[in-house]
Design a protein around this ligand. Structure first.
Ligand SMILES: Cc1cc2nc3c(=O)[nH]c(=O)nc-3n(C[C@H](O)[C@H](O)[C@H](O)COP(=O)(O)O)c2cc1C
Length: 389
């Protein structure tokens, strides 16, 4: 790690040096944590959640403004703005938010400004659907395929979609075109330009690169979808991860040293019984080895229709799905990087607080709960007998 990506743990400092006043320490979920120059006020983060409700030009619409305002009014430690597609060919849905032009970034700034008015930290997830995309052809806005009703994923016959290898997602999906090296450089450039846009135009505080949920970067990382034999091919972990590592490197150069970079990472595809986690830790080592990534958000599965999240690791149904995977990673990386995860974490917040207190995870990403509960942060605080000041 370079000094640029140092992560400090306010929680640990706080535990070692209790305040001289008699004031009670907050529960671990409500300790702040610093990420580079940013301070997350607590460990509760809104996880990225696509709404597939973009306005014309794949821009932010009113729904987004009201949704994100309702999140920021609760003061979570971090708000991850939903996956924004870096290239029109990579859209999962015709109403997915895009971030391939400056107009989209200007519109995004409206949300970022509102989130900042509430004193919250905000990050944007950057994504590309690869073979799961619908491409950039013309679409009937009312009737096209989407991630959720995928009856004709892949769009029109003349509408090209791209992937590391020419393998369709399922038997109803279009076969993607195997990307040339020029296509790969173009995709890397799209991530880099998008990151520059959200930082310089939209003024977000950090960027998350999405390498999960079966999307383009995950498709390169997985042996199930990458059959290439070039420098981005399947012959080694390094070559499967090269596109992600190139993006991290070039994004860092484009956005300067101060803006934290996060990665949402699929820990395993869960396609075989007893799939090893050694690869996951090796991939994490490569990511951390760049010295540029401040947080890894752990998830799993979804590379193929049979690739379920790795809940099977978890024999106790009372432990949320990704906690075991994330805690294995945390133990491995120690303080080189923050580790977060998502997946029903709000099921038992007393236990969740213990996971953070015990150093098993640093940040709790919550999705559905924030959509369902208008005052989730307060409810969590109340369950922990904590009064938010
Ligand atoms: C409506 C919805 C949309 C989602 N969209 C995204 C997305 O854009 N990018 C992503 O990485 N994960 C996405 N997810 C997954 C969530 O970020 C989160 O990882 C998952 O829902 C598990 O957390 P939860 O059980 O607290 O909801 C989405 C989840 C939901 C429910």
């Amino acid at each position: 790690m370079t000094s640029n990506s140092t992560v400090t743990y306010t929680s640990i400092d706080a535990k070692l040096e209790p305040s001289s006043t008699t004031k009670q320490m907050p529960p671990a979920l409500f300790y702040p944590v610093n990420v580079k120059n940013l301070q997350l006020g607590n460990r509760l983060a809104v996880s990225s959640m696509c709404s597939y409700a973009a306005g014309p030009g794949n821009q932010i619409a009113n729904l987004h403004l009201s949704r994100y305002k309702s999140f920021s009014a609760q003061h979570p430690g971090l708000i991850m703005i939903e996956g924004m597609c870096v290239d029109p060919k990579g859209k999962l849905d015709d109403k997915e938010l895009g971030i391939w032009n400056d107009e989209q970034a200007k519109k995004l700034k409206q949300i970022v400004d509102e989130i900042h008015k509430d004193g919250c930290v905000c990050c944007v997830q950057l994504s590309h659907g690869g073979r799961k995309a619908i491409g950039d052809g013309e679409f009937d806005l009312n009737g096209r395929a989407s991630e959720h009703n995928d009856s004709s994923r892949g769009g029109d016959d003349d509408n090209e979609i791209l992937a590391p290898s020419a393998i369709a997602y399922d038997n109803r999906s279009k076969v993607p075109k195997e990307m040339t090296l020029a296509d790969i450089q173009h995709a890397i450039g799209s991530f880099v330009e998008a990151a520059k846009r959200v930082v310089t135009i939209s003024k977000v505080d950090s960027v998350e690169i999405s390498c999960c949920n079966g999307n383009l970067l995950h498709q390169f990382m997985s042996k199930a979808t990458n059959l290439r034999h070039d420098e981005y091919g399947c012959q080694s972990i390094e070559s499967r991860c090269k596109i992600l590592l190139d993006i991290i490197d070039q994004v860092r150069k484009a956005i300067g040293d101060d803006v934290p970079i996060f990665v949402k990472l699929s820990a395993c595809d869960n396609l075989f019984k007893d799939e090893s986690l050694d690869e996951f830790l090796s991939i994490a080592d490569l990511i951390i080895g760049t010295g540029q990534v401040s947080l890894i958000h752990v998830t799993s599965g979804k590379i193929t229709p049979n690739s379920k999240p790795r809940y099977s690791l978890n024999s106790d149904p009372n432990i949320p799905g990704h906690i075991p995977l994330a805690s294995i990673l945390k133990k491995h990386v120690k303080n080189k990087c923050l580790v977060g995860c998502s997946g029903a974490l709000d099921m038992d917040v007393v236990k969740l607080n213990h996971y953070v207190d015990d150093g098993m995870i640093d940040v709790a990403f919550i999705g559905q709960g924030f959509l369902e509960m208008p005052n989730l942060v307060n409810q969590i605080a109340a369950k922990l007998n904590h009064k938010i000041e």
